[in-house]
Design a binder for this molecule. Structure first.
Ligand code: 4AD
Ligand code: MG
Length: 465
């Protein structure tokens, strides 16, 4: 019977059963006694399965001993308990079918050895075959599935917000323009220059920076909603935390304030981390051993403890009194830098911290103005080891205040006509947040660079794949 390697290694087919596995060779070792040991992986779990091949099988000399890393094979044999240490079951092969050879094995980039992360990034099309990218891929999937499960179980509707949009959801001007390649038919001015503001079949369009504004419309009818998809930022940042294309999870809840929002963020993270620890024990053990000795503790810490909640104003006091020398000077009104965020979450509090009520001048137009008129009901969740992982807010539900903020920030009110309608027709207090999905994967796995937790990273000067 055809089985996945995860099932074979768990002995599911039963000892002594004939099984067939298909996958790719990781290593081959030959013994003097005329046996070959072939490790095969198929992505279903961290460990490969070992097939023991006797030299009496038909294609032993012609094919089996020519197998190299990366060859695709289909192996049939008896599932037996393994004598080797660290593995439960192995296959005594009776048949080895080579499905795809590796051309020129000496130059095959994914040799079975430790590669640098830079090298793997340059080979993003082949890195899924490595231990580390395989583990990241399964954990990433597990996190995504747990997020959907969490919201589904809690009565949320998943809303498919658009990727192509007219409005700048963050008002920060970090959008990519969407252009058609067929510029023949575009409107031109007197001098024959293309009018790019009409580039999307007669109007101007961009890649979305956030699905929030659209999902708010659905919250004002469906009560509990979320969007989960790719978002785009034309910020030219070359850091280990930023991508030009990243995935974001954005729940939005009606009849809710900032504290309800922070509760939701905590519950979601707890649920997701627990699921990952349960589902991906093998991969997490690898990360713990080889990548970051703290990664499992970090998740346990989130599961077992309440998040700290601090006001921005208190955070500024704490930073000032810390006696620590920061590169970026601390004073009320600054946007917290990564060094400040990490000091608070890692050194001062020692667990995830929700910082609330930021100065209005450093936050987006849609955040609810507090009674002090200096701060808005914003919240960022800061996580040890990574800094900001979630950004959110209670939204401004009062039309007059919203209009004032849009004007103050010099944003084009006409772009937000429909968003304003939501305040005109049955407005209610509501709140939501965005979890940077890739930052979350980096947090869970301890893989420090965000480029190594997304299949094909999009960053300035890199669209090779
Ligand atoms: O703080 P941000 O910009 O918030 C929003 O976009 C809101 N509309 C969310 C909402 O309230 N619905 O982004 C949210 C999160 C950040 O905390 C961070 O984790 C991640 O998205 N993020 C990025 N991740 C990777 N690369 C980038 N360039 C990112 N920019 C933000
Ligand atoms: Mg933010």
């Amino acid at each position: 019977m055809l089985v996945t390697i995860v099932d074979a290694l768990a002995g599911k087919p039963g000892i002594g059963e004939e099984v067939t596995v298909q996958g790719w060779v990781r290593t081959r070792r030959d013994s003097k006694a005329g046996l070959s040991f072939i490790n095969v992986h198929d992505g279903s779990c961290f460990n490969p399965i070992q097939a023991v091949v006797d030299n009496n099988i038909e294609n032993y000399n012609s094919e089996v001993i020519k197998l190299t890393a990366g060859c695709a094979v289909k192996i049939t044999g008896k599932l037996v308990e393994s004598q080797g240490k660290g593995q439960s079951y192995e296959i005594q092969a009776t048949q080895v079918e080579v499905v795809g050879w590796v051309e020129d094995p000496d130059t095959y980039p994914m040799q079975p050895k430790r590669h640098s992360m830079e090298f793997l990034r340059d080979n993003a099309h082949l890195r899924p075959r490595t231990n580390i990218t395989g583990a990241v891929t399964r954990v990433r999937n597990s996190i995504a599935q747990a997020i959907h499960r969490f919201f589904h179980e809690n009565g949320f509707n998943w809303i498919h917000t658009p990727i192509i949009t007219a409005s700048d959801a963050e008002g920060a001007g970090e959008m990519f323009r969407v252009s058609t390649l067929d510029q023949m038919n575009l409107p031109k001015d007197d001098k024959g220059n293309i009018d790019y503001s009409k580039d999307f079949f007669g109007s101007e369009a961009f890649l979305t920076v956030s699905g929030q504004l659209n999902v708010e419309a659905y919250a004002m009818a469906m009560s509990k909603v979320y969007t989960f998809g790719p978002t785009f930022r034309a910020e030219n940042s070359n850091t280990s935390r930023h991508l030009a294309e990243f995935w974001m999870v954005e729940p939005e809840i009606a009849f809710a304030d900032l504290h309800d929002n922070a509760d939701l963020a905590e519950e979601m993270m707890r649920y997701v981390f627990e699921a990952v620890l349960n589902e991906r024990e093998d991969d997490m053990a690898f990360f713990q051993q080889r990548v970051d000795g703290e990664c499992i503790n970090r998740l346990r810490n989130v599961i077992d403890n309440k998040f700290e909640r601090l006001d921005y104003t208190d955070v500024i006091d704490i930073l000032k009194k810390s006696g620590k020398k920061f590169e970026f000077p601390v004073e009320w009104g600054i946007d917290l830098q990564s060094e400040h965020e990490r000091f608070i979450a890692e050194e001062h509090v020692g667990r995830p911290t929700v910082v609330m009520n930021y100065p209005k001048d450093i936050k987006a137009f849609y955040m609810r103005l507090n009674d002090d008129e200096k701060t808005v009901a914003a919240m960022d969740v800061l996580a040890p080891g990574i800094g900001e992982i979630i950004g959110g807010a209670q939204r401004e539900e009062r039309l007059d205040v919203l209009d004032k903020r849009i004007a103050e920030m010099g944003l084009p009110a006409e772009h937000y006509w429909w968003y304003r309608d939501l305040r005109r027709y049955g407005t209610v207090p509501h709140a939501g947040f965005g979890l940077g999905f890739d930052r979350c994967v980096s947090y869970v796995t301890g893989v420090a660079n965000i480029r190594d937790v997304i299949p094909f990273p999009r960053v300035p000067n890199n669209v090779k794949f």
